[in-house]
Design a protein. Structure first.
Length: 617
């Protein structure tokens, strides 16, 4: 039933709508009117926006989105038209710039969140107090720029922020900890800067405000955040041979020379990126050293436990040996730290298969024997722990199940050499020896390794068989035929014929050898220890002989063409011989990387050994 009050209210709404159409749209959720202004802010259409503002000045501060944002929020977030932002800011009174959305974000917070540095400059130029207004999470625009990894915006905000300024709340309540770079605010800012990978900025912050390096906030601290950044250190970056040469090169090579190298040596790409990574690694290491120095200055055992112990164990689990070295160098007692399962850094290194952490043992003196004798709560020695299968992410670093099994055996044999001989047959609380643990944990990997090896051998056997048949036939049916009188080949006096005979014979011998090797792989017993050397060794010989048989077969074919064509069609001969290189190139691209991995893991120096001459104890 319609009441008189309802009719009157409807009439008044109609009157308001007729006299102030935009104000009515905003206050009564007329979506069509709101969307017109919102669209203008999104697209940077100043003429349309100016028409609306001229019709109703309240539109400048009207909330036009579900998050209660004003037009300036929207324009700053899009970043499409800096002129649009400038025009809006010029029209708005200073106090209006402090308007926040439903989450407490000022327009400067929005500029920081979206990395709109130009908008931030305009806003700060008109109302610098925006730098110190915090949102509902107690964050400043600085924090948002760091959180969203907008380095240019962050650098600008750091430059214009006064370290002694405080928010209105802090002024009213005389709270010193609310200042931008002090206490909780400073610690959180530093953690966010590190999380975004801005180690140069982080280093500047801790040098200017050392206290933030010595504090924690919400269980987070700067050193702990660095311990999570695997890619920030050399140990977390994987380079090929050429990239390693570039990384460690100290020469300043001109840009033109680098360009020549890029064009002439395909693997040398993104040289600038590698140099940038090296710079980042150096900055990260400097930051860790400085953080350790600041924590040490506290001279407090609790400081070690809260600021150094946990980062040390996290670094051990992630394989960042640089952080471990710096922490132990600063706090020698940290080397004895254990996690909640009573496991030290070397036990964690073995479990997680971080050879760069395990290799720190080789930089120790006799004290390393102490760690080799330790057992966990279940009576597992270091050899028992290495008997467990590696985490999947570490297995996947090595291509193929057979090579993965080889790497697991290399780990087991290396630890076996280091532990006390009496530990080799020592039983844990479950009555298992290390060898039993290894065999039980790697049963599936042995099966997968056998399948992988047999698949490769089968494929190569087919290729070797075809080559053997081809070159054997070619040896019987010599090019040009034989002399009916003497029985000798017609081209027997030609140099090209000699090349044909030699290359064809080598191709036959190599392909036959390759075939026999691959057959031996197919009929192998596939015991777990065979994956350490026997099977990889056979596969290497098989691939090398197969590769040589392909090359010599192509040479034999090319020499036959030389005999047939002679000097009559040199251009055609050149074309055919060039095309003959395609099979060789295809084999190189498809199988050579596997061959390199096999040779490196089987005959190379290995992954274990002393990493530097720096003592570790």
């Amino acid at each position: 039933m319609v009441t008189m009050a309802g009719v009157v209210a409807g009439v008044m709404v109609g009157v308001i709508a007729a006299t102030h159409p935009y104000k009515y749209a905003v206050e009564n959720a007329d979506l069509q009117g709101i969307n017109v202004f919102k669209k203008a802010a999104l697209t940077g259409d100043w003429e349309e926006a100016k028409r609306i503002i001229d019709g109703d000045g309240d539109a400048l501060t009207a909330k036009i989105t579900a998050d209660e944002e004003i037009a300036l929020h929207v324009a700053v977030a899009t970043g499409k038209s800096i002129e649009f932002v400038k025009n809006l800011v010029d029209l708005m009174p200073v106090e209006a710039l402090e308007r926040t959305d439903s989450r407490g974000y000022t327009t400067l917070c929005t500029a920081a969140r979206y990395g709109n540095t130009e908008a931030a400059k305009i806003l700060v130029a008109k109302h610098s107090d925006l730098l110190y207004i915090r949102d509902e999470e107690d964050w400043l625009p600085l924090h948002w720029a760091a959180q969203n990894a907008h380095k240019d915006t962050l650098s600008y905000l750091l430059m214009v922020t006064n370290p002694d300024c405080k928010t209105k709340k802090s002024i009213e309540n005389d709270l010193e900890h609310m200042a931008p770079f002090k206490d909780d605010s400073g610690v959180e800012l530093l953690v966010l800067v590190i999380a975004s990978g801005f180690y140069d900025i982080g280093l500047d912050l801790v040098r200017q405000y050392p206290q933030v390096a010595k504090s924690r906030f919400r269980r987070r601290c700067a050193l702990g955040e660095m311990a999570k950044k695997v890619s920030a250190f050399r140990s977390g970056s994987h380079f090929n041979h050429w990239q390693s040469i570039i990384y460690y090169s100290r020469q300043k090579v001109k840009a033109m020379l680098w360009r020549v190298l890029e064009l002439s040596v395909p693997p040398i790409k993104h040289i600038q990126h590698i140099q940038e990574q090296k710079l980042k690694h150096n900055q990260a290491l400097q930051l860790v050293k400085y953080l350790c120095e600041q924590v040490r200055s506290l001279e407090d055992l609790k400081a070690y436990r809260s600021l150094a112990k946990r980062p040390l164990l996290v670094a051990a689990k992630l394989g960042i040996h640089e952080i471990i070295e710096e922490i132990v160098n600063t706090f020698p007692r940290a080397i004895l730290a254990n996690d909640s399962e009573d496991r030290n850094i070397f036990q964690l290194a073995v479990i997680k298969r971080h050879e760069n952490v395990f290799n720190l043992l080789y930089q120790m003196g006799e004290f390393k024997q102490y760690f080799m004798r330790l057992e966990d709560d279940n009576g597992n020695t270091l050899l028992h722990l290495v008997g467990n299968q590696a985490p999947i992410e570490k297995l996947n670093v090595v291509p193929g199940a057979a090579l993965q099994m080889q790497r697991e055996l290399q780990w087991f044999k290396e630890v076996e050499k280091s532990v006390n001989p009496s530990y080799i047959e020592k039983q844990n609380d479950d009555g298992e020896t290390p060898s039993t643990v290894f065999a039980n944990e790697h049963m599936d990997l042995v099966v997968e390794g056998e399948k992988w090896m047999k698949n490769r051998a089968t494929s190569c056997t087919i290729a070797a068989t075809l080559i053997t048949a081809i070159v054997f036939t070619a040896a019987i049916i010599v090019p040009g035929g034989s002399n009916n009188t003497s029985g000798l080949p017609i081209f027997s006096t030609e140099k090209a014929f000699t090349v044909f005979v030699v290359s064809d014979a080598i191709a036959l011998f190599m392909s036959t050898t390759s075939l026999l090797i691959f057959l031996s792989i197919l009929t192998s017993r596939y015991a777990k220890d065979d994956f350490l050397y026997v099977l990889p060794h056979r596969l290497i010989i098989g691939l090398v002989t197969l590769f040589l048989s392909i090359i010599t077969m192509i040479v034999a074919f090319s020499s036959t063409l030389c005999l047939m064509l002679g000097d009559k069609s040199s251009w055609l001969l050149s074309l055919v011989v060039t095309s003959a290189c395609l099979p060789i190139s295809a084999f190189m691209l498809l199988q050579f990387p596997l061959l390199v991995d096999l040779m490196s893991s089987t005959y190379g120096p290995g992954i274990f050994g002393k990493q530097s001459n720096r003592s570790f104890h």
